[in-house]
Design a protein around this ligand. Structure first.
Ligand code: APR
Ligand code: PHB
Length: 395
């Protein structure tokens, strides 16, 4: 049995970018079908970053997915940077008059999924063998198998929101797709623990033994990261070893405030900068991680995905409401101009805050000088603040 359906926009992937895009479209009366190869429980269990730019906060409110975020999320007015024992606060509100919202991507994804399901709009999990056809013709299709049955969705446009490991990007011919990449020579070891955070604000620390980040999910749940080797073995990192090392990297003055506890999640993530150009091929648009990856320093991955989703939603809505295709035609260029600036900021913060295994004494001095400059120059701090709270969508 083959089941045929028709929609305006077929969305592949129900991560933050696919869900936000489809909900923005639904609010404007544009039909979409969302499919994901994973189960709902798998998607809702993925632990990811947790800092939202205000533009992302507003987009979530716009689609009606902001209620729990507004109740449980924590608006932050600044964050701390440590460099070899010296501390400097980036006062986001004082410098650029904007805040960020600390709210886990896991929670945000749950909110978007439950909102979509409650609306009755189509969202299919556990889709197998997802394939894209005819993207360079006028009648593209998405085909997949669900519960043993083949399904074919005919549509006007396809949004490839299927993340870095997805298939949408792979369907673009290699002589058209240009890829830019940088792989960092270390990873992040993350631990989630049910203990109050060490401080009210996030701390990004470049200690003499490497980078550490103190973040949080709530007033009673903390998220900590340590720079580690890429081939590190998780089993070698007991909770005790993790907290000993975190304390060492934060220095005695801050480290002694650490409230240790049993980890409820522990994982290692590689650090990568990656951009694929163009973000459009025929009637296929790449959105979010499918087109670009940033290292997590600065928490830009989710926000960048949300920005793409907003740009594409606006272009599609314009097309369906007035027949204009110019915004769709400019989608890739519009997104990429901003993507590269966010790539720059994530790369810059990563360069500044990590201990590079092959760094020469000169390069270490450059890091030190950069930090001193930021700590002494309001302009330098303001530049960091401007990027951290999120560049305007048109930049
Ligand atoms: N078919 C259908 N769905 C797929 C396929 C496929 N072949 N491949 C992947 N997917 C799904 C994944 O199961 C996942 O749910 O696409 C979704 C992609 O979601 P994300 O990886 O979360 O990507 P995105 O929505 O762009 O969100 C970006 O999430 O990955 C983090 O750091 C990233 O914070 C950033 C944000
Ligand atoms: C997180 O809370 O997981 C987090 C916060 C800030 C970052 C990265 C990750 O820069």
């Amino acid at each position: 049995m083959v089941q045929f359906t028709r929609t305006q926009v077929a969305v592949i992937g129900s991560g933050p970018s696919g869900l936000l895009l489809s909900e923005l479209l639904r609010k404007a009366g544009v039909d979409s079908v969302v499919i994901d190869r994973q189960s709902r429980s798998h998607i809702e269990a993925r632990i990811r970053a947790g800092v939202l730019e205000w533009g992302t906060v507003e987009a979530l409110r716009e689609v009606g997915a902001g209620d729990r975020m507004d109740r449980e999320g924590m608006p932050h007015s600044g964050f701390e940077m440590y460099f070899n024992g010296f501390r400097h606060r980036i006062d986001l509100v004082g410098l650029v008059n904007r805040q960020v919202m600390v709210y886990g991507q896991t929670e945000l994804t749950k909110d978007l999924i439950s909102g979509r399901l409650a609306s009755g709009a189509p969202l299919t999990f556990c889709a197998e063998d997802v394939r894209i056809e005819n993207v360079t013709s006028g009648n593209p299709k998405v085909c997949f198998v669900h519960g043993g049955e083949t399904q074919i969705i005919a549509c006007d446009y396809i949004a490839g929101c299927d993340g870095y490991h997805g298939m949408a990007r792979q369907t673009i011919p290699s002589d058209i797709l240009q890829v830019y990449e940088r792989i960092y020579p270390f990873g992040w070891l993350g631990v989630l623990v049910d203990q109050p955070p060490i401080s009210e604000e996030l701390i990004y620390a470049n200690g003499s033994h490497g980078f550490a980040l103190c973040s949080m999910r709530s007033s009673s749940r903390s998220r900590y990261y340590l720079q580690c080797q890429i081939n590190e073995n998780l089993e070698d990192w007991s909770d005790e070893r993790f907290f000993d090392e975190l304390e060492r990297r934060l220095g005695p003055e801050t480290g002694r405030h650490l409230q240790r506890g049993a980890s409820i999640e522990k994982s290692i993530a590689p650090l990568r900068s990656f951009v694929a150009e163009p973000m459009r091929y025929g009637r296929l648009f790449l959105v979010g991680d499918a087109a670009h990856i940033v290292p997590p320093t600065g928490a830009k991955g989710l926000n960048l995905a949300a920005a793409d989703a907003q740009v594409l939603a606006r272009a599609l809505i314009e097309f369906y409401h007035s027949g204009r295709v110019d915004l769709l035609d400019r989608y890739s260029d519009t997104c990429l101009r901003r993507v590269w600036k966010v790539e720059r900021f994530s790369w810059y913060l990563s360069q500044l805050l990590h201990m590079f295994p092959d760094a020469t004494p000169f390069e270490r001095k450059m890091q030190q000088a950069e930090f001193d400059y930021i700590a002494q120059s309001e302009n330098a701090s303001r530049s960091i603040a401007e990027n951290y709270v999120g560049l305007p969508l048109s930049l």
